[in-house]
Design a protein around this ligand. Structure first.
Ligand code: LRH
Ligand code: MN
Ligand code: MN
Length: 401
């Protein structure tokens, strides 16, 4: 049943030259992975507040991820972090996830929480520490095999705090050697997603500081290595959507860690600070998907892993995750409402103002009636946040955990 709001929305879009044919289908195909670490008590450098009802075990994290999927219809997989989510039997973990209606997504090695890694993991000057780090990377490839996951997401805290502390070029070589060894251990369908970040925890130099370094490394390693863009990992003012466009054109955009930031790597709710950036990222991806002259670019655009990477400090975890996921869907829906013909014409005329207006006008649409219609067709409550808050799940957790 189409309600009045939807009919009005459809009419408004028709007046803008936009047909909703195909747009609903694209919205139904959107999948966003949530991180297991977003469901447990995590904190800032200063304090971790204990939240009543927060997940304490891997199993509880899977249950919460399944709940987010149930109410949003958008999150069929959950990323794991090893050893935070270490278990004895990974095929059992994968079966448990299946019984909850989800799958295990990206496997994230953890090379930043061991005393041995104070001066680096894969880039450490000590070959014993480097071997230990590489062994963990290969262990994570085995985990990915056991949980039938395609992606292994790598982020390294490696870096130095002071000029002269270490030989920067030698460390670059160590990084290349370590990742080459891991690359050789991967199955042909697996992907290595290389994440970069310009600072923190190291403050002078970080071994993989930006997308160019990650891209260069991926390029040297081979086609199964791609770049992971965490939206919080750039200097202020960086044009992230340009990086996205560039990596797509080079066919090396593996995935995203979506989160929002105001100052540094703040890991806040996605879309809470700069929704236009999120919209423009999707605008670049959709532009690549439409690029029929470059089928490989189109293929890359269709195979991006959309993942959330947020760390909750004061906000309740499950509703915060739902908010993030819905914000991604909202901006994606608006990016689908760009009039591409008008945009191409304005660009061809060199009409700066008209071209900018076409993009901004899509951003200024409210796709709520469209999202309600899509959810209805998917058998999902029109307002997933309300459905969650009214489900009694949070109250149940307070008794159980
Ligand atoms: C590093 C990071 C990386 C980690 C996660 C917990 O800042 O973004 O992705 O694995 O946070
Ligand atoms: Mn990240
Ligand atoms: Mn981060």
């Amino acid at each position: 049943m189409m309600d009045r709001a939807y009919q009005e929305f459809e009419k408004r879009q028709q007046d803008r030259g936009i047909s909703l044919n195909g747009i609903k289908e694209k919205l139904k195909m959107l999948q966003i992975e949530t991180p297991s670490w977003g469901y447990s008590d995590q904190g800032t450098r200063f304090r971790t507040f204990k939240q009543p009802g927060a997940a304490r075990t891997v199993d509880e994290r899977l249950q919460d991820a399944a709940k987010v999927n149930e109410v949003t219809g958008l999150c069929p997989s959950v990323a794991i972090h090893i050893p935070w989510d270490k278990v004895d039997d990974y095929s059992q973990l994968s079966n448990r996830a299946a019984s909850l209606g989800i799958t295990i997504g990206a496997v994230n090695p953890n090379l930043f929480q061991d005393d041995d890694y104070m001066l680096g993991s894969v880039c450490n000057h000590d070959s014993r520490v480097r071997s230990k780090a590489v062994a963990h990377l290969i262990e994570c490839v085995d985990v990915a095999r056991a949980v039938k996951s395609r992606d292994i997401s790598l982020w390294f805290a490696d870096g130095t705090n002071y000029p002269g502390q270490a030989d920067l070029r030698r460390r670059k070589g160590y990084m290349e050697e370590a990742l080459a060894e891991m690359y050789r251990s991967m199955d042909p369908h697996m992907r290595m997603l290389i994440e970069y970040k310009f600072f923190e925890p190291a403050f002078y130099h970080t071994d993989l500081a930006d997308w160019g370094m990650a891209y260069q490394l991926a390029h040297k390693l081979g086609p199964q290595a791609e770049v992971l863009v965490d939206t919080g990992h750039h200097a202020q003012g960086t044009n992230v959507e340009h990086i996205v466009a560039y990596l797509l054109d080079e066919r090396r955009l593996g995935g995203f860690h979506f989160n929002a930031r105001k100052y540094a790597d703040d890991d806040l709710i996605v879309g809470s600070m700069n929704p236009y950036e999120l919209f423009l990222i999707f605008h670049q991806i959709l532009s690549a998907e439409r690029d029929q002259a470059h089928p490989l670019v189109q293929e890359n655009a269709r195979n991006i892993a959309y993942m959330i990477d947020q760390s909750h400090n004061i906000e309740p975890k499950i509703p915060a995750m739902i908010r993030s996921v819905l914000n991604v869907q909202y901006q994606y829906a608006k990016a689908l409402l760009v009039n591409w013909d008008f945009l191409a014409e304005a660009q061809d005329r060199g009409d700066v103002l008209a071209a900018e207006a076409v993009v901004r006008e899509a951003f200024e649409q409210d796709p709520t009636p469209l999202l309600h219609a899509v959810r209805e067709e998917m058998g999902i409550a029109p307002n997933p946040m309300k459905a969650y808050l009214e489900s009694g799940y949070a109250e149940k957790l307070l008794q159980l955990r």
